[in-house]
Ligand binder design. Structure first.
Ligand SMILES: *Cc1c(COP(=O)(O)O)cnc(C)c1O
Length: 202
């Protein structure tokens, strides 16, 4: 479980960590940095970047986050690879899938992801470990099931390619409203905010 802590104070994050949370997911670098400075990386606490990432922020994200869930373009991937090479590291990432082709959402459409993955297979300082999805807004959790299933099938399809470096070990899918369905459909990472911390101020 990734505790999604946007708009959650460092004190509340600390309480969650004391209660057993081991992975913290932040959406914005600006908000995450002071929390990381105060809390970790202590006691094996992992920080994941789950929000949309601008290319110019990549250099500050590297080294701070164990996993970036939200690689949504080849250009972003190339920047991560370039910066990771400079830093002498390999950055684990997930590819964000725009599973319903929503124009308001970022992520790779399923129709282009294999081609993009082929290009990313050459980027040896970035390690693709799986897929991430935020399905379209839904009234009930069950409506998300077909999207989770399609993401899982897409991961299996990518696994069948002859990629050398790309792995599909992780599926980051499911939030407070629909994590149980996501787990049934193969999620390995669920991102939980409201169910842990209550609703966020708007
Ligand atoms: C906020 C957020 C979550 C958590 O959503 P909840 O519905 O509060 O559980 C998960 N993933 C991402 C990318 C988020 O921005």
């Amino acid at each position: 479980m990734v505790a999604a802590t946007k708009a959650v104070s460092v004190e509340h994050v600390r309480t969650a960590v004391r209660a057993g949370v081991r992975i913290v997911g932040e959406n914005r670098l600006q908000e995450a940095m002071p929390k990381i400075d105060v809390l970790g990386p202590c006691d094996g606490l992992e920080w994941h970047f789950i929000g949309s990432l601008q290319r110019r922020k990549v250099k500050n994200v590297l080294g701070r986050f164990r996993m970036i869930h939200s690689v949504d373009s080849l250009e972003l991937a190339q920047e991560i690879d370039r910066r990771a090479a400079e830093a002498g590291m390999r950055q684990p990432v997930l590819l964000e899938v725009n599973i319903a082709g929503e124009s308001t959402k970022s992520g790779f459409p399923p129709s282009t992801i294999i081609q993009a993955a082929r290009a990313m297979d050459e980027l040896i300082h970035m390690e693709v470990q799986g897929l991430m999805v935020v399905p379209p807004p839904a009234k009930d959790a069950e409506s998300s099931r077909p999207y989770f299933r399609r993401v899982r099938d897409l991961a299996r399809e990518i696994e069948k390619q002859d990629f050398r470096h790309i792995r599909m070990d992780e599926l980051s899918m499911g939030m407070s409203q629909d994590f149980e369905i996501a787990i049934e459909e193969g999620a390995t990472l669920i991102r939980i905010g409201t169910a842990l911390f209550g609703s966020r101020p708007h």
